[in-house]
Design a binder for this molecule. Structure first.
Ligand code: 8YV
Length: 306
């Protein structure tokens, strides 16, 4: 049987996984050359837009290398019976760890301290100001899915009180439920954004939530930039309405607003939450498993929504 053709919008990492993909499938990277293609490999960041999907009449599977599906036209996929798969669980540790790292980097001024030292200020007798403790302060999880729960477990193990908000209260959770983002921000001092992106969560963290978080509060976003109002955040950081922010994702990425680039109390990283060799290898393996199962007519290991 000839090797199936697939449209690849982004190679899985590490390279060995991309090589395995090339060995098992005939790859095209040109949507205009993919009219007969049944399978698309994309990432959480790239997704597959309405127009792209409409240009693929034979499409039957969208294999996402990631867990975010906010950039996939799910409505069109459902209407056309196109299956969507993601890579859940295997990246939860990495992304949750990144959230914790960003909280520590902001609270304890690690990025500022690095710049301060490299600029020769320490050698010149300068003193960097005090930071803020992270562990032991009430932590709020905005979005209690796989990543949010994993982060909650890490924080709980480190002695922090954990609160969360989600569409509904989770009876099995040992953490405190709050009905919405503002109530959560009011009752915590570290606010972690781990909810799914998309139009229904756009701007969940705005001026009101940041004011509720307060002047010693720290915001961390490892989910999607769309969840946080950039302008409100830049204002809150500049005016000291919150203490600091750690962002692995920003609305409009990879472009970042100047106000955030220039904010000394904002730590920025380039969407690397899942970027460890272990996580990316496991994600790529799941992608290959999903595509192989689809090709063989077997049940898909990680269909979206399960
Ligand atoms: C992916 C992500 O690695 O899972 C997601 O949706 O955003 C990341 O974990 C990213 O999409 C790769 O570009």
């Amino acid at each position: 049987m000839s090797r199936p053709r697939i449209l690849v919008l982004a190679d899985p990492k590490p390279q060995e996984m991309a090589d395995r993909l090339a060995a098992d499938y005939r790859i095209t990277r040109d949507i205009a050359d993919a009219g007969d293609v049944e399978i698309v490999l994309t990432t959480g960041g790239l997704g597959l837009s309405s127009a792209q999907m409409a240009a693929l009449p034979a499409l039957r599977l969208i294999a996402v290398n990631g867990v975010g599906v906010d950039a996939v036209d799910l409505e069109q996929a459902r209407a056309r019976g196109i299956q969507v798969t993601t890579t859940p669980d295997v990246l939860s540790d990495a992304v949750a760890e990144m959230a914790l790292a960003l909280a520590l980097a902001t609270g304890r001024r690690i990025a500022e301290g690095d710049r301060f030292t490299r600029a020769g200020n320490w050698a010149a007798g300068g003193k960097l100001g005090l930071g803020l403790p992270v562990l032991g302060r009430p932590a709020g999880i905005l979005g209690y899915g796989r990543i949010g729960r994993r982060l909650a477990g890490m924080l709980r193990a480190l002695g922090s009180q954990v609160l969360y908000t989600s569409r509904s209260e989770k009876p099995d959770s040992p953490d405190g439920f709050r009905p919405d983002a503002q109530a959560l921000a009011r009752d915590c001092e570290l606010l972690f954004v781990t909810a799914a992106g998309g139009e229904d969560t756009r701007g969940l963290v705005g001026a009101a939530e940041l004011a509720a978080l307060g002047p010693s509060g720290i915001l961390v976003n490892v989910a999607r930039g769309s969840l946080v109002d950039n302008a409100a955040l830049a204002e809150a950081l500049a005016q000291g309405r919150i203490a600091a922010a750690g962002l692995d994702v920003v609305e409009g990425e990879p472009e970042v607003p100047q106000a955030l680039l220039q904010a000394p109390n904002c730590v920025l990283t380039p969407h690397i939450g899942s970027a460890t060799a272990q996580a990316r290898r496991a994600m790529a393996q799941l992608v290959l498993d999903n595509i192989a199962a689809f090709t063989a007519g077997r049940p898909l290991p990680t269909p979206y929504g399960t």
